[in-house]
Write a protein that binds this ligand. Structure first.
Ligand SMILES: Nc1ncnc2c1ncn2[C@@H]1O[C@H](COP(=O)(O)OP(=O)(O)O)[C@@H](O)[C@H]1O
Ligand SMILES: [Mg+2]
Length: 1028
């Protein structure tokens, strides 16, 4: 109901109990209509299910739907057959109490469909094993067979059940269906021989003719055409578009084998079906005496074969009757009418008894093998009652009377049980019972069944009494006996106005479901259900095993009159009531929306009628008389606890107290509710709806709160997760780092230790202790060396080697130097080589000996200081082919007065020339050059010593050159007098000629001064240089 509450604004209410205006039929029907339009065919009245036949396939019976209802609390899901089925099944399993589901409603309202769907539900949802599978199959397959033999097309329903059926399904302790049992009630046998217009005989006849294989039909002597058979054409609608006899035949044939029929049994069964058809075609003609004679020998022949009887015996039996009077058997012929009556009686008897046999046979195949599960009553039972509904036709006869009587009885049971259970609930909950006004149909039941005074008693009496009782005498008796009954009326008893609507042979009963007028015609016959003795006897001799079984010999010898049909029916009904009373009932009330079997059509008049006679309003009133809603405290509290801060989110105390706090908080008034022992009872739907509305609003805010909390929780979880992950990664990384650091430290310690050890052992020969150290030293020295190699030959830097590599270092240094020299040498040009040669010579001569030598080192020696154009051409001419290797301007000091004269000094191939302008002043052959003198100071004077013997010579020459080092180097080299250069300290002596000597005194001073001194010497003051 809780889901019903939520859905109430959308499509009516799912439980009529929640209708505010519960006494209004219009409101009730409006609710049905609203829901029907939306294909919501199921609605509750409390625990009773009201179902409206949709006349179309709704997609609400799938396996998924079944699963949705399985094991779910009744009120949690929308109303459905399955909810009822599941609820009963659960009570059966939990309480181990037998259950029954009573399905009622008028013909065509959907009872049989509901029964089948419930069976399917159990077949699908209940636990199973191989053996159980067989039982399930048989339970399901018994249906098509029973329907073929017991259902027919009527005006109300194309598949109308013409018998009542009560089926027990047995469940073992595990809840698996293990067996079943069927009780059948009053098959409408008259249909075998007669059908009203628009109706058909039982389906099996048409199915056999349409679907039966040619071979089979030939054996049975049948033709494919139903029109050939009198019993099939009374209603003039042998073929109906909505029924596929051919397909149904296949289903039935398959079903027969599932429920254990062997070929012989099937053959016998079909032989009987065929015999009925042949019987229908047996015709009579009157002879001269007016006695009937059979005119259709062919039919007798077939009948004899199919029923396994003597043809002649059968023929005679059909046209005679045997009466036993005073112990003597009297045979008398029948007239035409009587013969036809006897024939039809035989057909009905054969068919009716075969039907009962069929039910027994099915029961055998469904029987629960107790032996396999010993112990008393190991199975619990769930009964399904699908019995013909209340029926009103244009012409109503004995059958309708019985059917409607049956419905009265069921209504009685319904009233008793619902009221009883309601009352019991109030009692058990300790709430005062308030009596409810409702129509109790007991008065009608009594009218029918009361001993002596009831209609059935009177009918029986008429049937049994000697004399010529007729249907009309029965009616008179009735009028006499029950004339004052408020629910009984006849033409005679009616007032002027109503009389018109009643025929003289009719009586009218005011059933709980409405008025029905019955014609008494045929009542006696049908009640007697008479079959002449000789026909019975013939059947007793039948070789058809089924017929033989159905007609027992004891019947012939039994003196006691058999019970009349009505009494039999009454007794079986009262047994049924006992069965039902002993079980816990659930109800399904089926409603037919229109008479045209049309989908979507809601015929309000018709429905109002059904609502009325099904007593639905009464049912609702009873349910509502006390309280509209009741629910266990736990469930109520669970649903509404959020509406009160004291009960939300959890109530610690007893649910009873919690609910008390809650309703107080909600402001329920005293008269609005009552607190039972285990349940709260709420009187008006509006109280509940107000609470429900409050819950709706509360839900919104709760949802927001829950969402927020959930989001908070969700993100916090996520955050914590991330944090945890981060910490894990961090710690892992730190660990890794720590381990790396530790191993690095360890390695470092080891290395240092090795190093120290190596250091200690460094001077030992190579051994394990020092090898690393030595290798390292070697390596680092070599690496250092590699980085710091001397850049050039002048770079004297060299890393200091460790002692162990001293020798190596030396060798390497040498190598390196050689390599540098070698590569340097490779690179130098001839000019440069010459330059260097000269520089080397200069170095050898002057390095460390003459003060101004260092200044000359960086200055390059130049090939010549004077170009040929600076030398006088005359001089060049005189020199002829002498090549001038070097020329430099010099100052010559006279030998006597030491006067300074500007001259040029030329070095030729073999001699030195001193030139003054165009004149060669002096030629000194290299051979005559005995030496060269120069001071150690920074001056630039020098003396060329010349061999004296040479007369041409004027003595030694005192010269001064600005490039003294260069000039002297070149001169010495040209003259090959390198070893003849003297570097003097103090003074230089030189020859002036003819044994005379001159002296040059050198001193250091602040600046250069060259002058003749008083002592006649040439005094030279050379400036002091920083380098010295
Ligand atoms: N739940 C349903 N869904 C669809 N069609 C249905 C349903 N119940 C009944 N019918 C239709 O109505 C017809 C009559 O139903 P049935 O159960 O034979 O009625 P009843 O047994 O009450 O006389 C069915 O043959 C079927 O066509
Ligand atoms: Mg039915």
């Amino acid at each position: 109901m809780e889901s019903a509450l939520t859905a109430r604004d959308r499509v009516g209410v799912q439980d009529f109990v929640l209708l505010e205006n519960f006494t209004s039929e219009a409101t009730f029907i409006e609710n049905l209509r609203k829901r029907f339009k939306e294909n919501l065919i199921y609605t509750y009245i409390g625990s009773v299910l009201v179902s409206v036949n949709p006349y179309k396939d709704l997609e609400i019976y799938s396996k998924q739907h079944m699963e949705r209802y399985r094991g779910v609390s009744f009120y949690e899901v929308s109303p459905h057959l399955y909810a009822i089925a599941d609820n009963s099944y659960r009570s059966l399993r939990i309480e181990r109490k037998d259950q029954c589901i009573l399905i009622s409603g008028e013909s065509g309202a959907g009872k049989t469909e509901a029964t089948k769907k419930i069976l399917q539900y159990y077949a699908v949802t209940c636990p199973a094993s191989d053996q159980v599978e067989t039982v399930k199959d048989r339970l399901l397959q018994s249906n098509p067979v029973l329907e073929a033999f017991g259902n027919a097309k009527t005006l109300r329903n194309d598949n109308s059940s013409r018998f009542g059926k009560y089926m027990d399904v047995q469940f073992d302790y595990k809840g698996a269906p293990v067996g079943g049992h069927i009780l059948n009630y009053l098959l409408e046998k008259s249909r075998v021989v007669h059908q009203n217009h628009g109706e058909r005989n039982f389906h099996i006849f048409y199915q056999l003719l349409e679907g039966g294989e040619d071979d089979l039909l030939r054996r049975l002597g049948l033709e494919k055409n139903p029109q050939q058979y009198h019993y099939l054409v009374k209603g003039q609608c042998a073929r109906v578009s909505s029924i596929s006899d051919k397909n149904d035949w296949k289903v039935v044939r398959r079903a027969l084998s599932v429920i254990n029929f062997n070929d012989n049994e099937v053959e016998d069964l079909l032989s009987i079906v065929a015999s009925v058809l042949h019987l229908g075609n047996v015709q009579f003609a009157a002879d001269e005496q007016g006695n009937a004679q059979v005119t259709t020998e062919n039919q007798i022949k077939y009948l004899a074969r199919l029923l396994g009887v003597e043809g002649s015996v059968l023929r005679e039996a059909l046209i005679h009757k045997t009466i036993i009077a005073k112990g003597e058997e009297l045979v008398s012929p029948l007239n035409l009418e009587q013969a036809a009556y006897a024939r039809d009686a035989l057909a009905k008897a054969i068919y009716g008894r075969t039907f009962s046999w069929l039910v027994n046979k099915i029961n055998k195949s469904l029987a629960y093998k107790e032996a396999e599960c010993p112990g008393w009553r190991s199975a619990t039972v769930l009964g399904l009652l699908d019995i013909y509904g209340f029926e009103v036709f244009q012409h109503n006869s004995f059958e309708q009377f019985c059917i409607n009587y049956c419905n009265e009885k069921l209504q009685q049971l319904f009233i008793e049980l619902t009221l009883k259970s309601e009352q019991e609930e109030y009692e058990s909950e300790g709430i005062a019972w308030e009596p409810v006004q409702y129509f109790n149909n007991k008065i009608i039941c009594d009218l029918v069944e009361e001993k002596f005074k009831g209609i059935i008693s009177i009918l029986d009496e008429e049937c049994l009494r000697p004399g010529d009782a007729t249907d009309m005498t029965f009616l008179e008796k009735l009028e006499e006996t029950v004339k004052n009954h408020p629910h009984f009326l006849t033409h005679k008893l009616a007032d002027q106005k109503t009389r018109k609507s009643l025929g003289r042979e009719e009586f009218r009963l005011l059933h709980y479901a409405g008025e029905v007028t019955y014609s008494v015609t045929g009542f006696l016959d049908k009640n007697n259900d008479l079959l002449f003795r000789n026909l019975k006897e013939t059947m007793c001799n039948s070789e058809n095993t089924i017929i033989n079984h159905c007609f027992e010999r004891t019947e012939l010898t039994d003196k006691k009159r058999p019970e009349t049909a009505a009494t039999q029916f009454k007794n079986s009904l009262s047994k049924l009531m006992e069965i039902l009373m002993s079980k816990e009932p659930s109800y399904i009330r089926c409603i037919k929306p229109n008479d045209a079997k049309q989908a979507g059509r809601f015929d309000e008049v018709l429905i109002r009628h059904q609502v009325k006679y099904l007593g639905l309003m009464e049912n609702l009133r009873v349910r509502r008389a006390g309280f509209a809603y009741r629910r266990k405290y736990e469930i109520f509290l669970q649903r509404y606890k959020s509406l009160c801060s004291e009960t939300w989110p959890t109530w610690e105390g007893r649910p009873h107290d919690g609910v008390a706090v809650l309703v107080k908080h909600l402001g329920y008034k005293q008269e609005e509710y009552k607190m039972g022992r285990t349940k709260i009872f709420i009187r008006f739907p509006k109280t509940l709806f107000a609470t429900e509305d409050a819950l709706e609003i509360r839900k919104q805010s709760l949802a927001t709160k829950i969402q927020a909390t959930w989001r908070g929780f969700y993100w916090r979880q996520k955050f914590l997760h991330m944090k945890h992950s981060a910490i894990t990664i961090q710690s892992w990384w730190r660990g890794t780092q720590g381990r790396r650091k530790a191993s690095k430290k360890k390695w470092a310690v080891e290395t240092i230790r090795r190093f120290i050890k190596g250091f200690i052992y460094r001077n030992y020969p190579r051994c394990s202790e020092n090898e690393y150290f030595l290798d390292y030293i070697r390596y680092s020295f070599l690496m250092n060396l590699k980085r710091n190699l001397p850049k050039n030959v002048l770079d004297k830097s060299w890393p200091t080697p460790p002692p162990s590599l001293y020798e190596v270092s030396q060798l390497l240094r040498q190598l390196c130097m050689q390599n540098m020299v070698w590569s340097y040498c490779k690179r130098i040009s001839p000019e440069w080589k010459q330059q260097l040669d000269q520089k080397v010579v200069a170095s050898e001569m002057f390095k460390g000996k003459k003060d101004n030598y260092p200044q000359s080192v960086p200055r390059l020696f130049i090939n010549t200081r004077l170009g040929t154009e600076e030398i006088n051409p005359k001089v060049l001419q005189v020199l002829g082919n002498e090549t001038i290797k070097y020329a430099v301007p010099v100052v010559k000091y006279d030998r006597k007065g030491y006067k300074a004269r500007v001259r040029q000094l030329l070095l030729a191939q073999n001699a030195i020339f001193i030139v003054e302008e165009a004149k060669i002043k002096q030629r000194i052959d290299y051979a005559n050059l005995t030496g060269i003198s120069v001071s150690s100071l920074s001056d630039s004077l020098f003396v060329l010593h010349v061999r004296f013997e040479d007369n041409k010579q004027k003595g030694d020459v005192v010269l001064q050159s600005d490039h003294v080092i260069e000039t002297l180097t070149k001169t010495a080299m040209s003259a090959d007098k390198i070893n003849n250069v003297n570097i003097s300290q103090g003074s230089i002596k030189f020859t002036i000629g003819q044994g005379k000597e001159g002296i040059i005194d050198f001193t250091s001073g602040s600046e250069l001064l060259i002058a003749k001194a008083k002592n006649g010497h040439l005094a030279v003051v050379a400036p002091r240089l920083n380098s010295r």
